[in-house]
Write a protein that binds this ligand. Structure first.
Ligand code: FES
Length: 164
């Protein structure tokens, strides 16, 4: 039995193992190593990918449950020749130090900017209007992505730049 997985617009046939995580499938079976393994327990956000446009920790997803879903990894949002606006902003603002968390940060920020453009209510105030992308709002919305080097101010500067 096989699972058909749609990743970055392409279909892949992968082995059906009910215990295999999406993170391991992406990295080890499909060679998409931009998605990083940090804690492997849903705590750090290094493994963030988009699942039908929503951010998820791929270490907490079972591959076999995602046939028919649209999965997007860091490799699917840009390339070295054609960086996305967020990727460019991270380069320009030095939004990283060691870089290990960067793919997860960018995937999470990609989803966050979409949520905000769609008028998601604020996380940090009672105002139910579309949130202003304040530093506080951004910190709250990006709190699932840890950076062990503590490059948070530069990460938020990069996101703010891409949001302009
Ligand atoms: Fe998935 Fe840390 S590796 S959240």
């Amino acid at each position: 039995m096989k699972t058909i997985l749609t990743v970055n617009g392409k279909q892949h046939e992968v082995g059906h193992d009910s215990r295999r995580t999406l993170l391991d499938t992406l990295r080890d079976d499909l060679g998409l190593q931009g998605t990083k393994k940090g804690c492997d327990h849903g705590q750090c956000g290094a493994c963030t990918v988009l699942l039908n446009g929503e951010r998820v920790n791929s270490c907490l997803c079972l591959t076999a449950m995602h046939e028919g879903d649209e999965i997007t990894t860091i490799e699917g949002i840009g390339s070295p020749e054609r960086l996305s606006a967020l990727q460019k902003a991270f380069v320009e603002k030095d939004g990283y130090q060691c870089g290990y968390c960067t793919p997860g940060q960018i995937m999470s920020a990609t989803a966050m900017l979409k949520e905000i453009s769609e008028g998601a209510p604020s996380y940090v105030s009672d105002d139910l209007g579309a949130p202003h992308l304040s530093d506080e709002e951004m910190a709250e919305r990006m709190s699932g992505n840890l950076c062990r080097c503590s490059a948070y101010p530069l990460i938020r500067e990069a996101i703010a730049m891409a949001a302009e």
